[in-house]
Design a protein around this ligand. Structure first.
Ligand SMILES: *Cc1c(COP(=O)(O)O)cnc(C)c1O
Length: 375
């Protein structure tokens, strides 16, 4: 069994994807062009925002957003302690300080009450200028955006939605990547909507920021690529990736999001009477299930469990093994001084199970049965 079965997905979509790649090769136009433009339009329409700016990956997407807002030295950005490294890395990359905030034990997303506490503390200390909140839609589940938006408004902070894992999710019908002042996603192959290499996208309703994002992504271009008015970067989605995404996006919209939710419901059912803490999706929320992550009973030998499952042909992963504030890159900085007991605890107990829209009931039963036996 594959952890995320991209081979099976390719077999299903092979004819369409192959011909789409061949068309790009035949035209020998590998950068930019109509595929990229059309994809941006399709993505913006799906998400329900005015602008989509594609770029090279989800990390650049986040960094470009911070650059467009002029965030830098002396500024501070709030970031969940339980996330992929990029969410905090980009803050330091632009010279600002990430302040790591604890997450909710059941949703794995930023805990709004802990966020407000952290904001007050930073304001009281007065060492940094708080500028923005990065809210991550972890494992596919949208963060509590209504609560986080209210806090951002109260304290005058910008909201950056890191939807790298959350593309396709929604809250009461409103899609992820529409909640931030700027929102981003990643098309890394294993994400809910992945390409065949690296890719990313940025979403905003703001015309001025959209123009700045397009400039920063193309060497700080002014009126043309050869008129450079600011220091930017080289970050683009190439045409082959756009062509692959156009085909995969059809399947994503037509059935993949529905099917992966059926897979999650089936896991819920099969694992109900176990000591595992199962992922919780609140009323009105839709997850795109980048991961199905459970918590093991405290004291479980997780490494031994993983090895035993591996022997039975079941791959599992640990997302994430280390809180952000413990990462070596932040040693000796103020960012290491976080108080995040939930993250500290769940980093030791989480286990992500094989998950994708193409899993069959037999696959899931096999995982559940072996897991129950071993527990
Ligand atoms: C994957 C991921 C990113 C970075 O995306 P890349 O395309 O790999 O650069 C950022 N944030 C989160 C939460 C992610 O999972």
């Amino acid at each position: 069994m594959e952890f995320r079965d991209l081979k099976k997905q390719y077999q299903v979509l092979k004819t369409a994807i192959d011909s789409s790649i061949q068309e790009v090769c035949a035209r020998a136009a590998f950068i930019g062009g109509s595929n990229v433009k059309e994809l941006e339009r399709e993505l913006a329409e799906y998400v329900g925002v005015k602008h989509c700016v594609s770029c090279a990956n989800g990390t650049d997407a986040l960094q470009l957003a911070l650059m467009a807002w002029g965030i830098g030295k002396g500024d501070l950005v709030f970031v969940p302690d339980f996330t992929y490294f990029s969410s905090g890395e980009v803050v330091s990359a632009v010279g600002a300080a990430p302040c790591f905030v604890d997450v909710d034990r059941r949703s794995y997303d930023l805990d709004p009450s802990r966020l407000e506490e952290a904001i007050r503390k930073v304001i009281a200390e007065g060492k940094y200028a708080p500028k923005a909140v990065i809210a991550v839609d972890l494992f596919g589940l949208p963060a509590d955006m209504p609560a986080i938006r209210a806090i951002c408004d109260k304290y005058g902070l910008l909201l950056l939605e890191d939807g790298a894992q959350g593309f396709g999710g929604a809250i009461n019908g409103r899609r992820t990547c529409s909640f931030g002042d700027i929102s981003t996603t990643s098309f890394f192959p294993a994400k809910p909507l992945g390409c065949y290499g690296d890719g990313g996208a940025i979403f905003t309703d703001n015309d001025e920021w959209a123009e700045l994002l397009r400039s920063y992504a193309v060497h700080g271009k002014g009126s043309s690529k050869y008129d450079n008015i600011r220091i930017g970067m080289n970050s683009r989605l190439d045409t082959v990736q756009a062509a692959v995404l156009q085909e995969k996006f059809k399947a994503f919209k037509e059935y993949e999001v529905d099917d992966v939710n059926k897979v999650a419901a089936c896991y819920d059912e099969l694992l109900r009477d176990t000591p595992l803490v199962l992922p919780e999706v609140k009323e009105g929320f839709l997850s795109s299930w980048a991961q199905y992550t459970v918590q093991l009973p405290k004291g479980t030998d997780r490494a031994a469990l993983q090895a035993a499952l591996r022997e039975r042909g079941i791959p599992t992963m640990i997302y994430y093994i280390k809180p952000m504030h413990i990462q070596g890159a932040f040693h000796g900085t103020d960012s290491a001084e976080a108080d995040c007991p939930v993250t500290d605890e769940i980093c030791d107990t989480v286990l992500s199970l094989p998950m994708d829209p193409y899993k069959t009931e037999e696959d899931l039963k096999h995982v559940a049965e072996e897991l129950k036996k071993l527990l």
